[in-house]
Design a protein around this ligand. Structure first.
Ligand code: FE
Length: 237
């Protein structure tokens, strides 16, 4: 009699254990799903998704192209009719007047990740500013400025639609500073705005005393490097 009940008890325990394992199986599959944001592939080595900056958090997207930018944050996007002037930041010690007029600062064989930045210059009513002057200067991928010549320095003017395009490399770090590109922007007859652009997902952003999240480029990785976007807003008088 005891053996009969013991036999039934063992059978019941076996059925219970099997049912429990079956119920857990789907949870294991979800954890290994490639759509899990924790499995998102990191972008180029110079840009990390590990930044604590909220604008740099990798989206829970199923896209194969990791997008570290926030395109919706672009000034005057989505039909906006007003915007604040782009924040000013210190010029720093490495500005040189007289840069050549060139939108392409990148040359073949230049170390670093190629970067193409596009965007518009607007007035505070979100009207495009044609023929606005933009003067860019930056460190190379090793964090060094060309102070004897004009490598990675150049100015250009927006087209009739207020659009500009800069081809360059992702700047390197130098002591005390996160990755940044210096820029001066000026509407015809307007006040010069001196500022800097930053990169999302860079660990050193939060350690840089003058870092400003509203000056973050919207960055997308491409087959040829990185694509950045930024819209400037300038006073026109
Ligand atoms: Fe600098």
């Amino acid at each position: 009699m005891i053996r009969k009940y013991l036999y039934r008890f063992v059978i019941a325990i076996s059925i219970f254990a099997f049912a429990t394992l079956a119920a857990c199986a789907p949870a294991t599959a979800i954890n290994s799903n490639s759509n899990n944001p924790l499995n998102t592939t990191a972008p180029a080595a110079t840009v990390s998704n590990a930044d604590s900056n909220p604008t740099a958090v990798a989206p829970a997207s199923t896209s194969s192209v990791p997008d570290t930018g926030t395109e919706s944050d672009l000034a005057c996007s989505a039909g906006s009719t007003s915007a604040s002037v782009t924040p000013s930041l210190t010029e720093g010690p490495y500005y040189k007047q007289g840069s050549p007029e060139q939108a392409n600062l990148y040359t073949a064989g230049m170390p670093g990740t190629k970067l193409v930045v596009t965007g518009y210059v607007y007035d505070t009513n979100c009207q495009p500013v044609a023929n606005a002057w933009l003067d860019f200067w930056q460190a190379d991928a090793n964090g060094n400025y060309d102070n004897s010549g004009y490598i990675l320095r150049g100015h250009q003017y927006t087209d009739a639609n207020g659009r500009f395009q800069l081809t360059t490399v992702v700047p390197g770090l130098y002591p005390g500073r996160t990755e940044h590109i210096h820029v001066k922007v000026q509407a015809p007859q307007g006040q010069v705005i001196t500022s800097q652009l930053f990169f999302p997902g860079v660990t050193q952003n939060d350690e840089d005393g003058i870092y400003n999240a509203s000056l973050l480029l919207s960055i997308t990785q491409t087959s040829d490097g990185l694509q950045g976007q930024y819209n400037f807003v300038v006073p026109v008088s």
